[in-house]
Design a protein around this ligand. Sequence first.
Ligand code: GTP
Length: 424
Amino acid sequence: MNKAVILVGGPSRATRFRPLSMHLPQPLFPVGGKPIIWHQIKALSAVKDLREIILIGFFEDYVFRSFLEKCQEEFPEITFKYLREYSQLGTAGGFFHFRDQILRGGPKNIFMLYTDICCSFPLNELLAQHERHGRLGTIMVTKVDRSSARLYGCVVVDNETKLAAHYVEKPETYVSDMASTGVFVFHQDIFRFMAQVMEQRANEFDQQRANESAYGRSVDEADESHDVNRLRLEQDVLRRMAADKKLSAYLCKGFWRQIKSAASAVPANGLYLQKALGENRSFLAEAKQDGPEIVGAVYIHPSAQIHPTARIGPNVSIHARVVIGPGVRVDDSIILDNVHIKDNAAVLHSIVGWDSRIGMWGRVEGSPITSSDDIDEVTHAGVKVNSICILGEDVQVKDEVFIRNSIVLPHKDLASNKHNEIIM
Ligand code: GTP
């Protein structure tokens, strides 16, 4: 039997996801027509012999309750749980803290997935390679551009043995173009290894305290790196596993990118819609004779009303109760619940927040993100501009107003054009 843990973080994280995380926790933000973590859950549901999925985070207990109830109905063969950390314990601290609950029932392998990624999630292939090599854990890696490797946790991989020989977090000089994806699988003995790491760290902290007090100084207890219960998966655990030759690497050949900034939700939305085009076409909108023009992969919630003269797509998600008027054009965008886009307006490379209004002939336009890196700025004619245009909740764009490459915080009325601004 196998289990999985998804790390969902907490309200103090995901700051780069604002203003969208002000309304909804980032893991529940919809990309490709579904909450970000639904995609992790869907992929896990296809893993051989996977019985339980545990979300670990430091959000209040109620935050995931109704989402998990829906998951329980959709995936009845899997048990779902949310376990709450009493404080932010780091990417491995909560996993270690809840080890008794995770080990209940004797799972052989435990997956761990980060939330802030979008991926083709080849989890059965990952598991098969993990079992073939029989090491304590396997990290899924992806090939990134050599020039951007310093933005990621980099893994030096032996191609023949798949041994992850070395792990370096955001290296200043080039080490490898294989980046950690935030997807891992461990043998259940991982907790013994983590216990040793915890003990080693406690000894190191004691030694540090003794050294500081010998010089009449005291350790800064507010510094979270001195919290013995806090454990970082990649820097504290995987680095040591690599050094001890206990870590394998599996190369993901499908798509992968991070969802850290709010802007990165738009390319993630496109990737998941493209995936649905190949695997789950019935989820996507179909062009009908008396309906709007649908271009490429588009998701439209059944309660949305779209005028037949509108042109939607490609890579567009339109959510509940959205109303789209005649002649409107929407391309490469996420339109959240209860938005109203009036006649002849255009929305391109943008996210339009809940309950917002765009007036007649209004235009909300960002720039497409072409790089696979998680950047929220692009260069336009030599000048750096915000990439995706983002309207927070309840933003009113008046008739004929043009909002370009801007980020607008909730509850704003925009009566004049804005270009490359952050409107607070
Ligand atoms: P950065 O690139 O510096 O943001 O680091 P990273 O890629 O390692 O990501 P980060 O550590 O911020 O988060 C990875 C995943 O773990 C995300 O899904 C976070 O929500 C989650 N996470 C981060 N810290 C914690 C924590 O203390 N507790 C829990 N439960 N989840 C966490």
